[in-house]
Write a protein that binds this ligand. Structure first.
Ligand code: ZN
Length: 338
């Protein structure tokens, strides 16, 4: 019986997956205002040379990414650095020109303009993700999937509305960061930084502050009943001195909420901080890279657990203590951290 049921579901879901794939493959226009050119196929979220290459071993990295075709909705994929952590961002001219400052020489992690450039692509990556989510919801609504999946039409409409509202918010954040990139007199973001020993896991993600942890959401509801979703930049990248740099940015106008939270987080002991980063990477972000040794010798044995946590956190916000699993435990009992 179950097999038949699975087959039926597969029949329903197959066209949705096909549509998602089509939306993903569609050519996109360069993000630079006024540029009508098609994007190159692969802009790196963080640069290949100097960042992804520092995570790579024997010319490979592993990337955790969402898929529409796997049982768990996520998978670790082995990739060459030239293919890892990419999206359709800019035409070739703008991809080279806009990021010249952080691509051509060592990044100055204390320079505001470099901090913005380092974070900018993670936000644009979110725009692309949201475009697909909106297209997906529209497709399901137009083809009455709510009937096939036993959902109400109202539910499907609400989902679409939520995606559209979230897109508006992301586009507002995009305006803000672009104005700051283009005008050196504007300082609308605050960045805070901490150095850690070199880690073989890296990410550059744009995530909402409210999703960072369970307690935070409760706290914000209590003290800021009408809060808006706050977009923050979360970067964990290899530095230049055998270290990794944790660089977090948030809008200055939200500092009353964000600053105390991150100051406390950044003042934690190293192990506590790594646990908190772990919670964020598993429950608030879902796209990061690691070295092959970290994947093959450690994460591989916890794969299903990781997929389950990441998948569930799309729908619920985890209380942080529930997550006993720590991706940074790869450092213990092995020589992987050097
Ligand atoms: Zn362009």
């Amino acid at each position: 019986m179950k097999l038949n049921k699975d087959k039926e579901i597969n029949k329903i879901v197959a066209p949705i997956q096909k549509e998602l794939n089509r939306l993903d493959q569609l050519p996109k226009k360069c993000f630079r205002k006024g540029c009508d050119l098609e994007t190159i196929k692969k802009s790196h979220i963080v640069q290949e040379n100097g960042i992804i290459s520092k995570i790579a071993e024997d010319g490979w990295v592993y990337q955790l990414l969402g898929t529409w075709f796997d049982e768990f909705g996520y998978r670790f994929e082995k990739k060459e650095p030239s293919n890892a952590y990419t999206f359709k961002g800019f035409c070739s001219t703008h991809d080279a020109k806009i990021f010249e400052k952080i691509e051509k020489k060592e990044i100055n992690f204390d320079d505001y303009h470099s901090q913005l450039l380092l974070s900018y692509r993670s936000l644009l990556y979110k725009v692309r993700e949201k475009e697909i989510s909106i297209g997906d919801s529209e497709y399901k609504l137009a083809n009455k999937y709510y009937e096939k999946l036993n959902l109400s039409k109202e539910h499907q409409k609400l989902q679409l509305k939520a995606h559209i509202e979230s897109m508006q918010q992301i586009l507002e954040d995009k305006e803000l960061i672009e104005s700051n990139i283009d005008n050196e007199n504007l300082k609308d973001y605050i960045f805070i930084k901490r150095h850690l020993p070199r880690l073989k896991i890296a990410c550059s993600q744009s995530i909402s502050f409210q999703n960072l942890d369970y307690n935070l959401r409760d706290y914000l509801k209590k003290f800021y009943p009408t809060y808006r979703i706050i977009g923050i930049f979360f970067n964990l990248i290899p530095g230049y001195n055998e270290d990794s740099v944790l660089l977090v940015g948030f809008p200055k106008k939200d500092q009353a909420q964000c600053l105390p939270y991150f100051e406390k987080m950044f003042a934690s002991s190293e192990n506590d901080l790594l646990k908190q980063i772990n919670n964020i990477l598993l429950t608030a972000g879902n796209d990061w890279i690691c070295s092959p040794s970290v994947y093959l010798k450690y994460l591989r044995f916890h794969e299903k657990e990781i997929y389950k946590i990441v998948r569930q956190s799309e729908a619920i916000v985890y209380p942080p203590n529930v997550l006993r699993f720590n991706i940074f435990d790869y450092r213990f009992g092995t020589n992987l951290h050097r």
